[in-house]
Ligand binder design. Structure first.
Ligand code: CTP
Length: 397
């Protein structure tokens, strides 16, 4: 969410200013560019050198540099910012912002900025609940600023109450959540299955398949980047998912069925990209099967088809998407799965296409929807295939 974003951090003169060192580190770790403007008083609480080292940029606090006479262009700073965060925001700064006063570089930059401004107040509890502070905060909200409310807790005065600046991690989450609100899948819950399933034969052996899980994981990442709340039910893979994705690890087809059964009701979009075993051993041997005859027979019973079950239960408001991996008569087989499993669309990949299917970083797909539209796509990286699939989903939503 924050990668490549220009974040301007305004630091004012409160004890919580020391926490901005960590805040800058968190933003930098997420790939953001950070510049800092401090009020002169803020320098009493944290040094410009600390913040400049962490932000890897000069820190500004006066209109012009005494030695060089160079003007610190507040208009340019304000326009550079995609996001402006004033943290900590003292009662004094909040009052000036509400009244439009402009007696320092930070205030001039605030008045020049065109981006969303986040304000994280920090002050003693009685200052925070003073009628004037409350009016000023209400004015800031009315002017379109976003307030990151202070927390209850122990304050620098030794008193306990509301006035602590929100913790840096929570400030980052607040900003990220705000950015997510503008995304096309914000508010949508996406459930995915990915990877193979392993069907246990005995304590040391299983029946599995070659699915790497890459396509399902790419889809989960894309759904998350597009703003959705994502649950990924994953069979055994070596892949990792982003921190914001709710990943449920499963092993067998039955585990996967149970996880999906719990989750599907609360999902708006359900994508089943897993290569689920169609058969599983009738009995799992409790001890390792010993080598005996020349041949060994293991009786298999069919697993429950997860996609078919969800297709029977889903409501009209839910979108259900399945995959079909075919080797012969591809389009017809995929069309028959589409209607048999009651899907909104099916993503077909043929093992006859070079570079498509299990293990590859690329895929070549055809999307067939229930109105019988057939869209064929070029061979491309799975991350781009995921975009094609979500373009289709967004068009249907
Ligand atoms: N699927 C499922 N549960 C199963 C088997 C398959 O949810 N027990 C899903 C897969 O995740 C995929 C779709 O059904 O989205 C099609 O899987 P595929 O293996 O191609 O089809 P099958 O229905 O198993 O038919 P066949 O193996 O005969 O082609």
């Amino acid at each position: 969410m924050l990668s490549g974003k220009n974040i301007l951090l305004g630091v004012t003169g409160g004890i919580a200013a020391y926490k901005t060192a960590n805040l800058i580190r968190l933003f930098k770790k997420l790939g953001a560019n950070v510049q800092v403007v401090m009020t002169p008083d803020a320098k009493e609480f944290v040094t410009p050198l600390t913040l400049s080292t962490l932000s890897e940029n000069p820190v500004y606090s006066v209109f012009s540099d005494e030695e060089t006479g160079v003007w610190n262009n507040h208009v340019e700073l304000g326009l550079w910012a995609d996001i402006f965060i004033i943290a900590p925001a003292t009662a004094n700064t909040i009052g000036k912002m509400a009244g439009g006063l402009c007696d320092n570089l930070l205030m001039a930059t605030y008045l020049s900025a065109k981006c969303t401004v986040f304000v994280a107040p920090a002050m003693d509890l009685d200052m925070y609940k003073h009628a004037t502070t409350l009016q000023n905060i209400a004015q800031l909200k009315a002017n379109g600023n976003l307030i990151i409310d202070a927390k209850e807790g122990e304050l620098a005065s030794g008193l306990v109450g509301k006035g602590r600046m929100e913790e840096p991690e929570a400030i980052v989450s607040f900003v990220e959540n705000h950015l997510r609100k503008g995304l096309p899948l914000f508010g949508k819950r996406v459930l995915l299955t990915a990877g193979p399933t392993y069907e246990q034969i005995d304590p040391v052996r299983f029946v599995g398949n070659n699915s790497s899980g890459k396509m399902g994981y790419e889809l989960a990442e894309k759904a998350y980047v597009l703003g959705a709340t994502v649950t990924l039910v994953s069979g055994p893979t070596n892949l990792t998912a982003s921190k914001g994705i709710n990943k449920i690890d499963v092993r067998s087809a039955e585990d996967m069925f149970n996880a999906v059964a719990e989750e599907y009701i609360n999902s708006d979009v359900i994508i089943m990209a897993a290569a689920v075993a169609d058969y599983t051993p009738e009995n799992i041997a409790s001890q390792k099967i010993k080598k005996s005859d020349n041949s060994l027979q293991i009786n298999l019973k069919s697993t429950k088809d997860i996609l078919t079950t969800v297709g029977e239960l889903k409501t009209d408001k839910q979108l259900l998407i399945g995959f079909a991996l075919e080797t012969t008569n591809e389009i017809n087989n995929a069309k028959s799965k589409l209607s048999r499993k009651n899907l909104d669309f099916i993503v077909l990949n043929s093992l006859n296409d070079k570079g498509a299917g299990f293990g590859y970083d690329t895929n070549k797909i055809t999307i067939i929807d229930k109105s019988n539209n057939v869209d064929e796509f070029e061979l491309k990286p799975k991350s781009e295939v995921a975009i094609d699939i979500f373009n289709k989903i967004i068009s249907l939503l």
